[in-house]
Design a binder for this molecule. Structure first.
Ligand code: EPZ
Length: 455
């Protein structure tokens, strides 16, 4: 029995959980079928794009997560009428977009980074934008210098004040030649959402080309934008005078698929993830197979299971698309704690993305994080003075623990570690997980997890 639990929790009775906590009895494989819907990291951006359209928009397969609620609240603060015409759908009427008071903006910004993407659309619609301090997972300092430099290149005037950032465009926004120091997803989205209505042509170099970016480009093209993705991460955008609304079904959530695939491996289970598609997951599928997982690509999803036998150690380096996504390493590392041998994970996108390893080590894992990366490992992103690596030595049986969830993807890793561990765990601050994983409790129930939750 886990010594960290209180007497009430040890008794295992249905205790009045502190809000937002879950008691998990580990060691049971997750078996069953769940559905993954629209990607958190596309749907929220598609919602911002509605501000650019003169006519209504309809977004389908919208996940029911708090990040979507934050953006919905912000849009409504600016006068957008948002409604739910059907399950998983949001419709937007932008006929009356108006300025908002800073206090209202701040109240709705929540722990999200999405508000920074409102800059371009609001400058086009209102001639000004006010952005509060940003939230989002604490996985590094998450600067926005690329965003602000790009907006200045379009002709925006950026003022940083105590309460946030104030932008105006006294001479309007004109197309620019922008080269990103790093293929930043957010900065690429910032440029796209600003350039489509700027006058003239924008050339963006060293752009991010993640599937979520391509899906946003598809949405903007439906609205009337002229965007071409050239070879070598160059994107050309010809500004147009008017954009209409769109109807679009959001791309599925690759990060959630990778999370449940790792959960199947960690708990020795068998999970069918409805809505998953192979083409956007190929890099992950290769690594999943090398570790010893089995998968079967079907028409309406992908089945992931642990085929028995030993899991094998791997060396992976996170990268921009089409490399191994930084969001996939946290859940996979939990599986690597059960692999026979030493695995190496080089995190080259964020500077603090192994914070979740401490709790796994408390549960019995053997993960050593190297702040300065590993010796004689070629520095891929020269300009960054960090490059972290984790060395995971397995197999190490995991036992239950009391865990406080630090961030979205790390939190999911704690969840699946607790589900596979021997004994009971208490996980608190589950709200962070529901920021990005739709109906997580229902899904755990559907997969036969043994837990008590009173949210
Ligand atoms: C997006 O974050 C995703 N979030 C992240 O997913 C994802 O991990 C990341 O892209 C990389 O794929 C959303 O889309 C909401 P970046 P973003 O700009 O846009 C540095 C999740 O769990 N940088 O590509 O913020 C930055 O510090 C989240 O769903 C600057 O230096 O990521 C980071 O080291 C976690 N200056 C690197 O670039 C800037 O102005 C990549 O950041 C912007 C970024």
């Amino acid at each position: 029995m886990n010594p960290l639990l209180t007497d009430a929790q040890k008794s295992g009775e249905r205790v009045g959980l502190k809000s937002d906590s879950i008691i998990i009895n580990g060691g049971k494989p997750l078996n069953g079928s769940i559905e993954v819907r629209g990607a958190k990291n596309l749907a929220t951006k598609a919602m911002v794009a509605v501000l650019l359209g003169e006519t209504p928009s309809l977004l389908k397969d919208v996940p029911d997560i708090s990040d979507v609620q934050v953006v919905r609240g912000l849009l409504e603060v600016y006068g957008v009428k948002v409604s739910n015409p059907a399950h998983g759908q949001l419709s937007f009427d932008t006929s009356n977009v108006e300025s908002a008071h800073f206090a209202e903006i701040d109240a709705h910004a929540g722990a999200s980074r999405i508000p920074i993407l409102f800059c371009g659309p609001l400058l086009h619609r209102l001639g000004e934008a006010r952005i509060p301090d940003l939230g989002g997972c604490r996985i590094g300092d998450r600067p926005i210098d690329f965003h602000l430099d790009a907006l200045r290149a379009f002709g925006a005037v950026v003022e940083k004040k105590f309460e946030g950032i104030f932008l105006t465009a006294p001479n309007g926004l004109t197309g620019a030649n922008i080269e990103l120091p790093y293929p930043s997803v957010g900065a690429t989205e910032q440029v796209l959402l600003t350039a489509v209505r700027a006058s003239g042509v924008t050339e963006l170099k060293n752009a991010a080309i993640e599937p979520e970016i391509m899906d946003l480009i598809a949405i903007l093209q439906k609205m009337g934008a002229i965007i071409s993705v050239e070879p070598n991460r160059v994107i050309l955008i010809e500004g147009v005078d008017r954009l209409e609304g769109y109807t679009h079904r959001a791309l599925f959530d690759r990060n959630e698929v990778a999370s449940w695939a790792s959960a199947a491996l960690v708990t020795k289970g068998d999970i069918f993830v409805r809505g998953a598609r192979q083409s956007e997951m190929m890099t992950f599928l290769n690594v999943f197979r090398k570790v010893g997982g089995a998968f079967d690509v079907q028409e309406d999803g992908i089945r992931f299971w642990h085929p028995g036998g030993e899991l094998k150690p791997v060396t992976i380096e996170t990268d921009v698309h089409p490399g191994f996504m930084t969001d996939w390493q946290q859940p996979l590392i939990v599986a690597l704690t059960q692999a026979h041998g030493e695995s190496f994970v080089h995190e080259t996108v964020y500077e603090n993305r192994f914070g979740f390893a401490d709790a796994l080590n408390e549960m019995g894992a053997n993960i050593v994080v190297h702040k300065s990366g590993l010796p004689n490992h070629p520095r891929r992103v020269a300009r960054r003075d960090f490059e972290q690596a984790a060395v995971i030595t397995g197999p190490t049986p995991l036992h239950g623990a009391n865990i406080y969830v630090p961030d979205l993807r790390g939190g999911f890793s704690h969840l699946i570690a607790a589900l596979s561990a021997e004994g009971q765990s208490v996980i608190s601050n589950m709200g962070i997980i529901s920021r990005g994983y739709e109906h997580i409790i229902d899904k755990l129930e559907a997969l036969g997890a043994d837990f008590v939750y009173e949210g």
